[in-house]
Design a protein around this ligand. Structure first.
Ligand code: GLY
Ligand code: MN
Ligand code: MN
Length: 439
């Protein structure tokens, strides 16, 4: 960890301690054990499932794939403990003792077996909370109240405002991902298959399925209309017209989540991409502190209605396109979500620190973020426009839609443009576009 990041990390730990101690105090706990989780194996097999540590653990320490460890925080003023597992094992790499600057903030305790954690929690007095999945050793699960809702709601609410360290990690994750996006675009222009584009992306990022924050969506032509397309064909199509790539990167366990869409030719689809890009930028500019994200999502539909009308995909007015549900058929997912150590970060539906829910409106059930944006929030802005026949089917005989125009667009799949933005006290920092501009 370089000096600049170590300084930010030091402030991050201060904030983490402050937030956690406030939450513990308010919920009447004396200690919190955050267990990273243990390795799991595939059913009837000796193959481990790729391990991703408990997200609460990941917000404390830059050990995103650590298994068998724990962070232990007391309500009073002692250094947090970091129990980390160093098994005696010659089959696998054994984690090194954390020696970087960040580790100095912890009372480090190495254990050789996951059950040995018992000797580092035996002295915890008072009321103990445990945040973990169910793989944690019995001594941990039995040490206190497991995943108390009030405590978790409190911590999740606070996670909506990122620390400077977290934002810098996401800047760096975006920088890595943008290298991949540049390489992927080049591979598309060279006529590569989806699989080869994916490999070009991974190579440029130096990350693969073990480290990427989510499975890359690398979609040529009609595949762009399958929202979570991850099949990745080995053979390039005879005509590679359009390319949608939704791919991220990780840095110290923090994610980037970026989508770009390209057309091979300078054609109508390229013009439509440019219009969607303009629309996306307008929404990014409007995502300022104090903005209600549901309103921003609805505003996106209004703008999309205008675009559909202008481009002749609908024959009705923009208002009617929204009112009749046509914009939802073309853009059926949410505008975006919080992002952090989890790609879809927590707390997006919370109404308050107590954990009351603020569900998405019934006509937009997939919207993951219903809160007002605060300075320090990091979220995605990812409008889309797709030809998804299943969603257009209910309108099959409606004269309001221009079916010839829809048929012309279908072979291109769809468009999504996704940036990660940081809401600041005086505007918006676009973590993604800043990196595209620099690279
Ligand atoms: N890549 C997942 C998402 O955009 O939410
Ligand atoms: Mn996203
Ligand atoms: Mn995405």
């Amino acid at each position: 960890m370089d000096q600049a990041l170590a300084t930010l990390y030091s402030d991050h730990i201060d904030t983490m301690l402050q937030r956690h101690r406030m939450a513990l105090q308010e919920q009447g706990f004396d200690w919190l054990i955050i267990h990273s989780g243990l390795l799991r194996y595939e059913f009837l097999d000796d193959r481990p499932v790729a391990h991703v540590a408990n997200p609460h653990f990941r917000t404390w320490v830059p050990l995103p794939d650590h298994a068998g460890g724990a962070v232990i925080v007391g309500v009073t003023d002692s250094a947090p403990r970091l129990v980390f597992l160093q098994p005696r094992d010659y089959w696998h790499e054994v984690p090194a003792t954390p020696a970087e600057a960040w580790a100095r903030h912890f009372d480090l305790r190495a254990i050789a077996a996951s059950d040995d954690i018992v000797s580092h929690i035996a002295d915890l007095e008072g009321r103990v909370a445990v945040i973990s999945d169910t793989t944690a050793p019995a001594s941990v699960l039995d040490a206190g109240e497991h995943n108390p809702q009030g405590l978790i709601a409190h911590l999740h609410w606070q996670r909506a405002v990122k620390t400077g360290y977290e934002i810098e990690c996401m800047r760096r994750a975006n920088a890595i991902a943008v290298r991949g996006h540049r390489a992927a675009e080049q591979a598309f222009r060279d006529g590569a298959s989806e699989f080869d584009i994916h490999i070009a992306y991974c190579k440029a990022c130096g990350q693969d399925t073990n480290t990427l924050p989510y499975d890359n969506i690398v979609a040529l032509n009609e595949h762009g209309a399958i929202l979570h397309y991850t099949a990745r064909e080995n053979h390039a199509p005879a005509e590679s017209r359009a390319f949608l790539i939704d791919a991220g990167a990780s840095y110290n366990g923090y994610a980037a989540d970026i989508t770009r869409t390209y057309s091979r030719a300078d054609d109508d689809f390229a013009a439509l991409i440019a219009l969607m890009d303009e629309l996306q930028l307008q929404i990014c500019a409007d995502a300022t502190a104090g903005t209600d994200y549901v309103s921003l999502h609805r505003q996106t539909h209004d703008r999309l209605g205008l675009l559909l009308e202008d481009q002749g995909l609908v024959k009705c007015s923009a208002e009617a396109a929204v009112a009749q549900g046509y914009t939802r058929a073309f853009f059926p997912h949410g505008l975006g979500h919080y992002i952090g150590t989890q790609v879809h970060d927590v707390g997006g539906h919370q109404a308050n620190i107590g954990g009351d829910e603020q569900p998405p409106p019934p006509d937009h059930p997939f919207l993951r973020l219903t809160r007002e944006l605060e300075a320090g929030a990091v979220c995605t802005i990812e409008p889309g426009l797709y030809i998804i026949d299943m969603l257009l089917e209910p309108y099959a005989r409606h004269a309001d839609l221009d079916w010839a125009a829809i048929d012309r667009l279908r072979p291109y799949g769809g468009i999504r443009i996704e940036d990660d933005i940081h809401v600041t006290s005086n505007g918006v920092e676009n973590l993604t576009r800043d990196q595209f501009a620099a690279y």
